[in-house]
Design a protein around this ligand. Structure first.
Ligand SMILES: NC(=O)c1ccc[n+]([C@@H]2O[C@H](COP(=O)([O-])OP(=O)(O)OC[C@H]3O[C@@H](n4cnc5c(N)ncnc54)[C@H](OP(=O)(O)O)[C@@H]3O)[C@@H](O)[C@H]2O)c1
Length: 221
């Protein structure tokens, strides 16, 4: 798969590196072209340069930008993004009095839906925002014997299928969580999980499956 990346920071490096290891062709685009070229060399991408180059290259394009920058940047590239699968990993988060806060709280739309409005012909998928970049740097991440599950939300079936294939190629399990109207839940879940970690808790221990409870099988029958 050919994947363009918008951004040259932590997520661009971690996911871009994972995709190169999985055999995909990656091109990095950044407002700092020198940083894009440097990152491309660092992760073994085919090249780095202007954002438009990354967008034209990729059948899928990762938005690895701060949530505040993502909407205007994507809007400025709307024409080139037509038909592309737009992978949105942004987490709209800012420090709050009681921990990290969702910056879209009270707003009508998630970042993902705002990206879809800014680039109406792009096929937006909310994905990859739940885990810290360190997880994406792991080869084929798995925990307690199970491969990492990767939730995603998409309205476009083909875009969702491409995302599922991409996730699978990384040794992870795609978890379809509905359409883009549910993307705000994923964004909020990421902020919530970060709050759990910041308070000293362990997010994965907060959400055990009811199927693991003693007697769960009997109860279901
Ligand atoms: N880090 C994580 O563990 C993690 C996990 C899940 C989701 N996320 C989300 O992923 C996104 C990227 O996070 P990150 O950690 O990779 O951030 P980062 O390391 O700070 O990198 C941000 C990138 O965005 C670029 N950028 C910032 N403002 C811009 C603007 N106005 N126009 C164009 N480019 C701009 C930066 O370019 P310059 O270097 O030129 O400033 C840099 O390349 C965020 O939305 C974050 O919430 C991060």
């Amino acid at each position: 798969m050919r994947i363009g990346i918008l951004g040259t920071g932590s997520m661009a490096a971690a996911l871009g590196g994972a995709w190169v290891r999985a055999g995909h062709e990656v091109r990095v685009g950044g407002r700092d072209v020198a940083a894009a070229r440097k990152l491309a060399v660092g992760i073994g991408a085919v090249g780095g340069g202007e954002p438009t180059e990354a967008v034209r290259f990729g059948e899928a394009v990762l938005v690895a930008l701060p949530a505040t920058a993502a909407v205007p940047v994507v809007g400025s590239l709307a024409g080139e993004l037509a038909g592309r699968v737009l992978l949105d990993c942004t987490v709209p988060m800012a420090p709050g009095a009681d921990g990290p806060a969702l910056t879209t709280a009270g707003a009508r739309d998630s970042v993902a839906r705002r990206l879809a409005s800014a680039a109406p012909a792009a096929r937006v998928v909310k994905v990859f925002g739940i885990c810290h970049e360190s997880i994406w740097s792991l080869p084929r991440p798995s925990f307690e014997g199970a491969p990492l599950g990767v939730p995603y939300c998409a309205d476009d079936q083909g875009a969702g299928d491409l995302t599922a294939d991409l996730v699978g190629s990384m040794g992870c399990v795609p978890v379809h969580c509905g359409g883009l109207d549910r993307a705000g839940l994923l964004e909020a879940a990421a902020v919530f999980a970060i709050g759990v970690w910041w308070s000293g808790g362990e997010a994965r221990h907060v959400f055990p499956s009811p199927a693991l409870a003693p007697g769960a099988v009997d109860d279901a029958e």
